[in-house]
Write a protein that binds this ligand. Structure first.
Ligand code: UT7
Length: 338
């Protein structure tokens, strides 16, 4: 990218619900075993928001923390983008609900919808706005309450998903600092492999759609798995190429946390040490658009990212969509971490 200026993350925040759903809990709900879930996915537990808590509630808590971390008042925000597949409602956008709650009178606000890739797409947009001089300070949130669209009678999907949110504040940075490249992709021909079929204009919510469970996530897990294993290494390599860096120079990878076997396969295919890949899927499962920013937040608070480090963030999901970005990390870890 030959921008006059780039952007970097100056604040991070995260909100995970306290409620834990373990594999043992799921054994009591559907015909499954802790052993099957761990060997096939690596997931041990996931967080579930209590009744009455919506996506914007988690987004608000994560955003509040990110703004405090960046030392930016909400009134200074130019733009709020919420990446989510589980908005509070079809409209208004969850970003508008957040704008009101934060008290951000100057901010434009909209949602980005690219399923699990939404937060990476939203960062690309925020970066573009900043690089073009259309915004100085952008809040980018990934927030999900996937439990609301999960069929807890379907063992093929209900073991995978969880609720959480994370937020980042993006502000201008010199070229070569912060975001170095973005790669976004899609293949709509695979749309039916991962979808929520009803509730939109094709199949408006009705008694029948609810009876058929079409307001829940439907997934062809095996095909999505194959797509992910093929596309993650390509997206990572493309982001590195576009940034003009070699994978050997990369200090950390933050992959979408969907399945430990997908992450292992990506590391193997790229010939990169597995230790470079941050993993927390065992604690949260797949939290869609919140997955990459929650992992980034935890890698940062655990002291695994140092200013000057090179990293690549990568996500994939429904659409089908994928996205990756290279970053030169600029943010010191919070005090008290290694
Ligand atoms: O953000 C993107 C979202 N999605 C993903 O990333 C999902 C990608 N896909 C996956 O992670 C994997 O495909 C799954 C974890 C979903 C499934 O693992 P798999 O190794 O691909 O299993 P499978 O779907 O091929 O199913 C194997 C067997 C089947 O039984 P049969 O047909 O061999 O008799 C399933 O019925 O495992 C059965 N099965 C289960 N057994 C116990 C499916 N779910 C379960 C379960 N417990 N929870």
């Amino acid at each position: 990218m030959s921008a006059v200026r780039g952007s970097t993350i100056t604040g991070l925040g995260r909100a995970v619900p306290a409620g834990v759903l373990t594999n043992a809990d799921l054994e009591r709900m559907v015909e499954t075993t802790d052993e099957w879930i761990i060997t096939r996915t690596g997931i041990q537990e996931r967080r579930i928001a209590p009744a009455g808590v919506a996506t914007s509630d988690l987004a608000f808590e994560a955003a509040r923390q990110a703004l405090a971390d960046a030392q930016v008042p909400a009134a200074d925000l130019d733009l709020i983008i919420v990446g989510t597949a589980t908005p509070d409602m079809i409209f208004p956008a969850t970003a508008c609900l957040l704008q009101d709650r934060l008290g951000a009178p100057r901010a434009g606000a909209f949602d980005a919808s690219a399923a699990c890739t939404s937060w990476v797409y939203a960062c690309a947009m925020a970066h573009g706005y900043i690089a073009a001089g259309l915004a100085e300070t952008v809040l980018v949130v990934g927030a999900e309450t996937l439990s609301r669209i999960t069929d807890f009678r379907d063992r093929a999907t209900c073991i995978l998903f969880g609720d959480s949110a994370a937020a980042a504040v993006l502000q201008p940075a010199p070229p070569g600092q912060g975001f170095l490249s973005f790669v976004l992709g899609s293949d709509g021909s695979g749309g039916s492999l991962l979808s929520v079929p009803a509730g939109g204009s094709r199949a408006p919510a009705s008694f029948e759609t609810v009876e058929r469970g079409q307001h829940f996530i439907q997934m062809n897990g095996r095909e999505v798995y194959k797509f992910a294993v093929r596309m993650i290494p390509r997206a990572i390599q493309a982001a590195a190429d576009r940034a003009g860096i070699a994978l050997e120079e990369v200090d950390f990878f933050i992959p979408h946390q969907a399945n430990i076997r997908i992450i292992d396969a990506a590391a193997h295919r790229l010939g990169q040490p597995r230790e470079k890949f941050f993993v927390n899927v065992e604690r949260y499962g797949n939290t869609s658009s919140a997955s990459v920013p929650v992992a980034l937040y935890e890698a940062w608070t655990e002291g695994r990212l140092a200013p000057g480090d090179l990293g690549i963030l990568v996500a994939f999901g429904g659409g089908l969509t994928w996205g990756a970005c290279a970053v030169r990390w600029t943010k010191a870890s919070p005090e008290g971490t290694a």
